[in-house]
Design a binder for this molecule. Structure first.
Ligand SMILES: [Zn+2]
Length: 261
C-alpha cells in the first residue's frame, strides 16, 4: 500500500466520521444549547434542582418573568455571573456577565425604595458606578452574604427626625448578610446636585473604602482616604471625584493633612 493510498483511506475514514458526527453535534448545538445541564424550556422545578434559589446571588421578578443570577463557577470563588431568565415557570434563556441585569437585581434587593423611586440622580449614579467598577470588585460588593446596603437619610422635612427602611425577606429567599454587611447612607441633599456626576464620585469613594476593608480596622485615617481616592482614579472616576469635591466640599473635621488635589 502506498503512502498515498493510506492517506486517502485515512482521509476517507476521517471524512466519513466527520459526516457521521458533524450533523449530530451541529443539530445539538442549534436545537439544544445547554449551560451546565440547563436547557431552554426546562421546567422551573427541574431547573431549581440544579440552581436552587437559596444559592442565588440576586433575583428579580416582573409578572410572569423571573431573572435569577448565580455565581459562575457555582462552587468556589465567583469569577463570572450567570443569569437565567424564566417565564411562566420555564427557562427562556441565560446570559453570562449580564452586568446591567445583575445591577437591576442587586439594587432591587439591597437599595431602599426611597432612592430607587424618589431620588433619580442618586439612582442613576448608583447604576453607573456599579456598571463601571472592575468585575472582581463588583462581585465583592454585590455578594449577598456580605452586601452593601444603600439607604437614604433626609436633611429636610419631618423625615429628617426619623425614618425607616424595611428589608422584607421570605422563606424562599437566599440567606443574606450572614457574613456581615456595609451600610452606605446617602443624604437626600445629594439628589439636589445638578447632575449625577458628583454623586458618582461620592459613591465610588464609599465603595472603595469597602473594597479596601478600611472600616474593619475601626478607624479611617487620612492615609485610608488617599488610598480610597487612588482606587477610584484607577477605576476611572477621576472627573466624578473632582466634581464631588467641588460641589460637596470635604467632610467637616477632615484634618488638613488629609487634603490632596
Ligand atoms: Zn472617605
Amino acid at each position: 500500500m502506498s503512502f498515498r493510498r493510506l492517506a486517502e483511506i485515512v482521509i476517507g475514514i476521517l471524512a466519513f466520521s466527520f459526516i457521521l458526527i458533524q450533523p449530530q453535534s451541529q443539530a445539538d448545538k442549534i436545537a439544544e444549547p445547554r449551560f451546565n445541564n440547563v436547557y431552554p424550556q426546562m421546567a422551573k422545578d427541574r431547573f431549581s434542582r440544579l440552581y436552587p434559589r437559596k444559592a442565588a446571588r440576586t433575583y428579580r421578578e416582573n409578572g410572569p418573568d423571573e431573572w435569577i443570577t448565580f455565581s459562575e463557577p457555582f462552587i468556589g470563588p465567583a469569577v463570572h455571573t450567570i443569569t437565567f431568565h424564566l417565564q411562566q415557570g420555564r427557562v427562556l434563556g441565560w446570559a453570562l456577565d449580564d452586568r446591567s441585569e445583575v445591577v437591576l437585581e442587586y439594587l432591587g434587593e439591597f437599595c431602599s425604595q426611597g432612592i430607587l423611586n424618589g431620588m433619580p440622580k442618586i439612582h442613576e449614579a448608583l447604576t453607573d458606578v456599579f456598571m463601571r467598577i472592575p468585575q472582581a470588585d463588583f462581585l465583592q460588593v454585590t455578594d449577598r452574604h456580605r452586601p452593601v446596603l444603600i439607604t437614604e437619610y433626609y436633611d429636610a422635612g419631618t423625615a429628617r427626625f426619623a425614618n425607616t427602611s424595611e428589608i422584607i425577606a421570605s422563606d424562599t429567599d437566599a440567606l443574606a448578610g450572614d457574613k456581615g454587611l456595609t451600610i452606605i447612607k446617602l443624604s437626600s441633599a445629594l439628589n439636589d446636585a445638578d447632575s449625577a456626576e458628583p454623586i458618582k464620585g461620592v459613591l465610588a469613594h464609599e465603595l472603595a473604602h469597602r473594597i479596601l476593608a478600611h472600616a474593619l480596622k475601626g478607624k479611617v485615617t487620612c492615609q485610608d482616604e488617599r488610598q480610597a481616592n487612588q482606587l477610584i482614579r484607577k477605576w476611572g472616576f477621576t472627573s466624578e471625584y473632582k466634581a464631588a469635591v467641588r460641589l460637596f466640599g470635604r467632610k467637616e473635621g477632615d484634618p488638613v493633612s488629609c487634603r490632596e488635589e
